[in-house]
Write a protein that binds this ligand. Structure first.
Ligand SMILES: Nc1ncnc2c1ncn2[C@@H]1O[C@H](COP(=O)(O)OP(=O)(O)O)[C@@H](O)[C@H]1O
Ligand SMILES: [Mg+2]
Length: 340
């Protein structure tokens, strides 16, 4: 577990809707409710996993927090080192500028996120130049240090991204992200485009850097097996909403939401002799344009009752630090990870 000291970010009822336009007058005919009332907080130095199927709103949540979008509604309070608290959703782009050094994103795809015409030196050094932190020889030195810190040989500084493997490119992206000494990083599925054989190396590196530098990390992934070892806490997302948030061990051993139970059942057990019954969810993920009434998960939930079709459950704390939004949380006896 990482050591924590105080809150760094509070997200309150965050909503990010994307309008759909149609017809001659391009009227707004509907909204994609990509993020629909998400609340959580991050402690300084902690790693929070954000997990859910493709399309559930994870990337949009990350981008809205960093103000790469203008959120439709809600608040995102960032706690600065001087103790001051600012709602980033209310800041102008000019006021955001200094915060962009402190809050940064690592992108999913190390192939398309690096400009192929820039050398590694320019890619890693660019944020330092933009923010007037270093130039010339000093820049070379800093880039060299950053390359070493992510396990790349600084003598490759003049090479281009295509000369590197996927894992190395993600290291370049990581060095670029770290160049301005950020406090908070949103890592958006940083290993899902990589070969399984290099995924663990990149995750281990990220974990080492997170610990050494005391970083706060929002780690986005589409399955639990990637995040279970690196995260202090895990938040499970489904169609724009958080359905469960708890400490990693607690969430894996003692899931309280039927959707989490299904995700947990897909995690390969550490002991290959253990037979896990994988829960296959029936049907498709509903559209965020027209989410189901009641509990968004009810059409695919094998435990659903009438109340689940009618009333929307709220995310409530059922025991210290364990939040779940399910009408049946108290009565269901769900299966977590089986210990050997
Ligand atoms: N810029 C956008 N305009 C319109 N719809 C979007 C946009 N970005 C994402 N979406 C939609 O919002 C939903 C959530 O997307 P996303 O946040 O990318 O999910 P995830 O990262 O969990 O796969 C999806 O239905 C997606 O199609
Ligand atoms: Mg995504």
């Amino acid at each position: 577990m990482s050591s924590t000291n105080g809150t760094i970010l509070e997200v309150k009822n965050l909503k990010q809707y994307f309008p759909i336009h149609a017809g001659f007058f391009q009227r707004v005919v509907a909204n994609v409710k990509a993020v629909d009332g998400v609340s959580f907080s991050l402690q300084a130095g902690e790693v929070l996993g954000l997990v859910g199927e493709s399309g559930c709103g994870k990337t949009t949540t990350g981008r809205s927090i960093l103000r790469l979008y203008d959120p439709t509604d809600g608040e995102v309070w960032y706690h600065k080192t001087n103790g001051e608290r600012v709602d980033v959703t209310k800041l102008s782009q000019e006021e955001m500028k200094p915060l962009r050094r402190e809050m940064r994103m690592i992108f999913q795809d190390p192939f398309s996120s690096l400009n192929p015409r820039m050398t590694v030196r320019d890619l890693i050094g660019e944020p330092l130049v933009i923010h007037h932190v270093a130039r010339g020889k000093e820049l070379d030195e800093r880039v060299g240090e950053l390359m070493s810190s992510v396990g790349l040989n600084p003598s490759f500084m003049r090479r281009y991204p295509h000369e590197f493997s996927g894992g190395q490119r993600q290291r370049i992206g990581l060095a670029r992200t770290l160049s301005l000494n950020p406090r908070l990083i949103v890592a958006d599925e940083p290993v899902s485009a990589l070969d399984v054989s290099v995924q663990a190396q990149v995750i281990n590196l990220l974990q080492e850097l997170q610990r050494d530098l005391g970083l706060t990390l929002l780690f986005i992934a589409h399955d639990l097996s990637v995040v279970e070892h690196i995260c202090d806490r895990i938040a499970v997302m489904y169609v724009g909403k958080l359905v469960e948030v708890a400490e990693s061990e607690e969430l894996l051993r003692n899931p309280k939401h039927p959707y989490t139970e299904a995700l947990v059942s897909a995690v390969p057990p550490a002991d290959p002799d253990i037979q896990m019954q994988r829960i296959i969810l029936e049907g498709d993920v509903p559209s965020p344009v027209n989410p189901p009434a009641g509990c968004v998960f009810h059409p695919r939930c094998r435990y659903a009752k009438d109340i689940c079709k009618q009333e929307e459950p709220q995310l409530i704390e059922i025991k210290p630090g364990h939040h779940v939004s399910c009408h049946l949380a108290a009565e269901l006896d769900l299966t977590g990870i089986v210990e050997s």
